[in-house]
Design a protein around this ligand. Sequence first.
Ligand SMILES: Nc1ncnc2c1ncn2[C@@H]1O[C@H](COP(=O)(O)OP(=O)(O)OP(=O)(O)O)[C@@H](O)[C@H]1O
Ligand SMILES: [Mg+2]
Length: 258
Amino acid sequence: MVFDDLTALISAQRAEAWREMARVVAHEIKNPLTPIQLSAQRMRRKFEKNAPDFPKVFDDATNTIIHEVAQMKNLVDKFSQLARKGDAPFDETRPPGEGPESLSDISLLELAPAPAPLHDVIEEVVNLYRDTTPGVELVTDLDPAVDLVNIDTEQIKRVFANLVKNAIDAIGEEGTVRLSTKRAGDGRSVTVTVADDGPGVAPEVADRIFRPYVSTKPTGAGLGLAIVARIVEDHGGTVSVTNNDPTGARFTLTLPLG
Ligand SMILES: Nc1ncnc2c1ncn2[C@@H]1O[C@H](COP(=O)(O)OP(=O)(O)OP(=O)(O)O)[C@@H](O)[C@H]1O
Ligand SMILES: [Mg+2]
């Protein structure tokens, strides 16, 4: 390849990396908007009815709003910092012309892992999505042997938020999303499953759903699971999907311990 072609290729890749980063920012800003909106609505309802539990709802709702907005702000700040520097990261090894296997090297999703209580992150996501869809129940089955895990809590929260949101989308009207954890017998990893009783993953996309831009939803970006895969792999873990019994999808993550 001559030098000019290479320069053109690199600048095309760079432009594509920017587009991708902008899509990821938009996607991850959209996710918390529903919980934020619901928190404000709940607070307002309780206030109007002069409900006795208003102080508790007020406390929870304002906490959620303040916390979620702070995280959105973080993401936007990171994005603007990268934009100021002007060098979008991109993956030079990505085969040109083919659909991407994974997201490019998005430094927005870079990790700052530290030992943290995994279950707190799961509970936080469950609380966020608990009342977003009336017929959907969120249940947890958490192994008391699981404690601190070396994670970037903000990024791992994105993982569970995307999986729970997908499960709720799949269920539609009525069903259950179950989040479970289990410490491996050898103590070297923890397994987290997010299982639902919706229709399950459509067979025609089942082998591609972790790739970016694969979606069966009319307005889906197809980014949720690509973000999940990137973050879990960066933690040295794995993610896979199987059918749930008797129906639905079951996403299984493993995260290394120590
Ligand atoms: N729990 C699930 N049950 C059934 N199908 C699922 C489930 N989770 C994911 N899928 C399938 O995988 C596809 C990709 O999911 P992904 O989260 O990457 O994108 P999306 O949800 O379509 O769009 P978005 O970018 O808004 O997340 C979905 O369109 C859907 O077909
Ligand atoms: Mg999704």
